[in-house]
Design a binder for this molecule. Structure first.
Ligand SMILES: Cc1cc2nc3c(=O)[nH]c(=O)nc-3n(C[C@H](O)[C@H](O)[C@H](O)COP(=O)(O)O)c2cc1C
Length: 201
């Protein structure tokens, strides 16, 4: 099958096709604060690690309507700080609840029965229930049509005890069980079925 995305019908329906095909995707569960210190949480699967020297990540919140950013993107523009919490099997349902389309006066954290813990390097707190938290400052936000690409510099990493060997820094695949975003509209995957494939010399 072929799909022309330069205009027309398939371009208008590109989300279903592309978000269903480019899988599995990691999920950035982003906490931010507004000017009054209210904590916002929302998941974003248009997300990845972009590099390690310096340590950078990026995620892409779409605008609610032309020129109107989602709360996460708006808060980051104003405060320049955010935390990317990672999502494992145990917090999958809570993560999903925080994607509810509620106004800035409603706390997604409370709505999902979650708790926060102060971060070390940035003002927005991390999610206590998340196994990993990447504390970031905004490097840049690119505006591309109806998308924004938030690029963050990772300043501090929290990892729950028991997931990473403190000497080798290698992750224990039996202990760290992130989920991935799969097919539209509501597919996810577990990551228990792993295999090793050393790179050729
Ligand atoms: C697993 C998952 C992944 C999502 N990924 C994205 C994404 O990459 N970009 C986006 O704009 N919205 C994404 N959403 C929808 C947002 O989470 C949702 O619009 C949320 O209400 C935004 O919250 P905010 O206005 O507090 O920032 C995703 C939702 C879920 C459940």
């Amino acid at each position: 099958m072929e799909f022309d995305l330069t205009g027309g019908e398939y371009l208008a329906r590109a989300y279903k096709l592309l978000a269903g095909l480019v899988t599995p995707r990691p999920i950035a569960w982003v906490t931010t604060q507004d000017e009054e210190g209210r904590v916002n949480a929302a998941p974003f699967s248009f997300f990845n690690l972009l590099g390690t020297d310096p340590p950078m990540l990026g995620f892409a919140p779409g605008d609610r309507e032309p020129g109107v950013p989602k709360d996460t993107a708006r808060n980051i523009r104003r405060t320049r700080e955010f935390v990317v919490n990672l999502v494992d099997e145990s917090c999958a349902e809570a993560m999903n609840l925080t994607s509810s389309d509620v106004g800035p006066e409603v706390s997604e954290i409370e709505l999902a029965g979650l708790h926060t813990v102060p971060s070390r390097a940035v003002a927005p707190p991390r999610i206590a229930e998340a196994p990993v938290a990447l504390e970031c400052t905004e490097w840049a936000t690119l505006e591309m049509g109806g998308n924004r690409l938030v690029v963050g510099l990772i300043r501090h990493v929290f990892v729950r005890e028991g997931l990473v060997d403190p000497h080798t820094l290698l992750v224990d695949p039996e202990a760290f069980l992130p989920i991935g975003r799969m097919e539209v509209p509501s597919g996810y995957c577990r990551t228990r079925d792993r295999f090793q494939m050393p790179r050729p010399r």
